[in-house]
Design a binder for this molecule. Structure first.
Ligand code: MTE
Length: 301
C-alpha cells in the first residue's frame, strides 16, 4: 500500500526509517498491531528513536489540571470521569452540535501512528498514538468559507480536576491552530496509546497531537472545537507571550527566553539518557515547512 506521505525524520545518530506506521500499513504488511514494537526495535536500530515504553508515556506527563509535577497526572487523573464525554463543535461550521466521541469519529478510519513528541522543556518521547486525522472530523463538521482557525478547549471540572483550584493558567486550558495546520494530514485527534484507550493522564478520551509543534499545543481532554476567523486565545500565550507564541513550532534556532531549544533529553534512556540535537519542525520539516513559506519564524514563534 502506498504511503500517503513519508516521514524522513533523521538525526546524525539515528537510522533514518519511518517513525510512524499506520494501522492499515501494518495490517497489510504484517500480522497485526502487536508487531509494532518489533518493527520499532528492528527498524530503528540500537541508537535510533524507539517508541517509549507504555510505562514512560503514562507516568511522565504534563497535565496541569491534575498538578504541575510530572508524576501528578498519573497519580491524580483517575478522578476525571470520561464516560458520556461530549464535545461541542461550533462556530463557523455547517453542522454545529454536541457529539459523543463515537459520533464524531463514526465512519472514520482509526490509524496508529508513531510520532516524535517534543516538549518545550527540552525533553522528548516517541509515542505510538491511535486516532483519527483532525481533518476527517472537520470535514464531517463542514468548515464554512471564511473560517481561518480552529480553537480547542479542555474540560473545566474543578470537582474532578484538582489542579484547577490553583490559578496556574487562565482556565480552561485552550489552544488553537491555523486552519491549514489543522487540516494537515499529520495533525491527529488521538484516542489511544499502544492500541489501548487513552489513559486519563494522557488526555482521555480524546486529545490533539501536532507532532511538529511543542507539546503544549497538543491539548488534552477536549470538550469544544470552534471554527473561527480570528486567531484564538491560547492559555500559554496568555500566561507569557514572550515565551510562548501562537505557532509554537519546534525550532532549534529559536531559544526559549530562559533556556536553549537546540537539544533535547530523550525520556526513558535511564543511565544512558542521551541529549540529541533538536530538528527543525521536530523532524517533520519536509511535510510542514511549506505551511510557513514567507513567514519569519523568529517573529512568528
Ligand atoms: N492539555 C491540557 N489540558 N493541560 C495541560 O497541562 N499540557 C501540555 C499538553 N496538553 C497540557 C495539555 C503539555 S505542556 C505537554 S508537553 C503535553 O500535553 C504532554 O502530553 P503527555 O503527558 O501525553 O506526554
Amino acid at each position: 500500500m502506498a504511503f500517503r506521505w513519508k516521514n524522513n525524520l533523521t538525526h546524525a545518530d539515528v537510522t533514518p526509517e519511518p517513525l510512524w506506521l499506520n494501522r492499515r500499513q501494518i495490517m497489510a504488511g504484517l500480522a497485526g498491531s502487536a508487531a509494532i514494537g518489533a518493527i520499532g526495535g528492528a527498524a530503528f536500530g540500537q541508537d535510533a528513536l524507539e517508541p517509549n515504553s507504555y510505562e514512560d508515556i503514562t507516568s511522565y506527563n504534563n497535565f496541569y489540571e491534575f498538578g504541575t509535577g510530572k508524576g501528578d497526572p498519573a497519580q491524580n487523573a483517575h478522578t476525571l470521569i470520561t464516560e458520556g464525554w461530549e464535545i461541542v463543535v461550533d462556530g463557523m461550521v455547517e453542522n454545529p452540535g454536541t457529539y459523543s466521541v463515537a459520533q464524531l469519529t463514526d465512519g472514520l478510519t482509526e490509524e496508529e501512528r508513531i510520532y516524535r513528541f517534543r516538549c518545550v522543556e527540552a525533553w522528548s518521547m516517541v509515542v505510538p498514538w491511535n486516532g483519527f486525522e483532525l481533518k476527517d472530523i472537520l470535514d464531517k463538521a463542514g468548515v464554512q468559507d471564511g473560517a481561518k482557525y480552529v480553537a480547542f478547549e479542555t474540560a473545566n471540572r474543578p470537582d474532578q480536576m484538582p489542579g484547577l483550584r490553583r490559578p496556574v493558567l487562565n482556565w480552561p486550558y485552550r489552544e488553537g491552530l491555523r486552519l491549514d495546520e489543522a487540516m494537515h494530514p499529520l495533525t491527529m485527534m488521538a484516542t489511544g496509546i499502544y492500541g489501548k484507550p487513552m489513559p486519563n493522564q494522557n488526555g482521555a478520551p480524546i486529545r490533539l497531537v501536532v507532532p511538529w509543534k511543542y507539546g503544549f499545543k497538543s491539548i488534552k481532554s477536549i470538550v469544544r472545537i470552534t471554527l473561527t476567523d480570528e486567531e484564538p486565545f491560547t492559555s500559554w500565550n496568555d500566561a507569557n507571550a514572550r515565551e510562548y507564541g501562537f505557532y509554537s513550532n519546534v525550532n532549534p534556532n529559536k531559544d526559549h527566553p530562559r533556556w536553549s531549544q537546540a537539544s533535547e533529553r530523550v525520556i526513558g534512556g535511564g543511565l544512558f539518557a542521551k541529549r540529541i540535537p533538536t530538528l527543525m519542525f521536530n523532524g517533520y520539516e519536509d511535510q510542514v515547512a511549506s505551511l510557513y513559506d514567507g513567514m519569519d519564524l523568529n517573529t512568528f514563534f
